[in-house]
Design a protein around this ligand. Sequence first.
Ligand code: AMP
Ligand code: MG
Length: 524
Amino acid sequence: MVTDDANADGLADVGVPRTGGMDWGFDNTFALELDWLGVRIDPVPVAAPGLLLVNEALAVELGLDSEWLRSPEGVAVLAGNAIAPGSMPFAQAYAGHQFGQFSPLLGDGRANLLGEVIDREGRRRDIALKGSGRTPFSRGGDGRAAVGPVLREYILGEAMHALGVPTTRALAAVTTGESVWREAGPLPGAVLTRVAASHLRVGMAELVRMRASDAQQVAFAGYVRRRHHPEVVEGDWLGLLSAVVSAQARLIAQWMSLGFIHGVMNTDNMTLSGETIDYGPAAFLEAHDPGAVFSSIDAMGRYRFGAQPSIAQWDLARYSETLLPLLAPDPGADAELIEAATERIRLFDKAFRAEYLARMAARLGLDHVVGLDAEVALGLVDELLELMGRERLDHTRTFRMLSKVLRGQAAAGGDGSDAIGELVVDRGVWEAWRDRWLAALSGIPSATRPEEVATSMDAVNPAYIPRNHLVEEALAAAQLGDLAPTHALLDAVSQPFTERPGLERYAAPAPASFTDSYVTYCGT
Ligand code: AMP
Ligand code: MG
């Protein structure tokens, strides 16, 4: 094991009752093939499991019986009080750069990988419990999670999924009947069941690089390749690096286009699959602001909204370093390979820009323009974002309103209305931008009607995102036992592009007084 200094004193290992019940079809490739990269350990049972939420749609995707998951037997498995057939609970080890500082040993301090399930589309997905008790990697922590953060992760994951962003998702949330002690005092405890393409992280590669044998390094890189980038030829480690860089560039471009702030882009929170993981202090922008930071633990603003692409590139440079022993075993002789790896990291920028431009162009309807000039398009995007920042316009709502502006202004049949013009202070600057945008749109083939463009814009500009004040409202009610606001919010954000009567308050920005003082908390 690469983590022999982890202290396992007094911990349950394989002591939880095995249950019959539903067959999940568990596989345990990680626990079996990379058994040295963590510890076989069962969850720590909780006092009184109670059901909060089961994700019906995801259960169907995974071929699981949601009725059974809701049964007392199912809830016991979701709480870690019973182990499903075929599951080999495992706490994964990893390291990580946290706020730029290297932590040589982190690992699942409050999570157990239960195993892997092949979903209906043939994809291998990890099923893990989060908040499931202490492990050898808990350090000073209690191994638990509170209802609030568990539901925040559930809601944000579902919203991101519905927005088309690769993400881990929640299959279920259960209460524990126990209190967890946090700064605020005692809070109701909960366990989240998390579904992920995998939990392979940059930080895990960093631990492997530091501690594993040559054979283990190859086994780990090979596992990453087979699991996420099977198109890369075995042994082509530069190809693997490129694949991870591209997947992350695509992901971060989506975050940036939607105004999503992750909040803790430490290397242990960056996946090798390209999925968003670990919604600690994550939040969506309200008024556009590249400097926005909501996280209570990010006083320096390292992970502010506008810094996310360069931070991702920094994290990926740490990943590239983990591949060097495989790529260039003899650094003196292999200088060219090291240069090639550096070049792959530089390619992040190019891949990010291309993906970001494509996403933003679609948000402006410019994807219909034949022979679109990338400089013109990026100029329009940057100027709009700057204007939104100055006018404190809501990121999500402003983009959603652009199709209305287009409909109102469309030469034939438009009523001349301009919903954004109604909101701004400096109307002249807005109208100048608007007219340049409409001029750029005149490059659309005449057979494409403005209504078609507006409709396609509505399919990429969400009406509903999990706005911070609505998330807080839902979590506060849930802690008092009322899940109705959580269900209502989940319902809105699960169909983000379909505006529905009665849901107006889910599309409206928070009062500025809320956003100005809004702080999110991590690791709680
Ligand atoms: P996170 O901030 O959730 O990404 O966690 C960073 C590291 O701290 C991971 O190794 C977690 O397993 C660990 N950790 C966070 N909260 C707890 C907790 N309450 N008990 C034990 N370990 C924790
Ligand atoms: Mg984490």
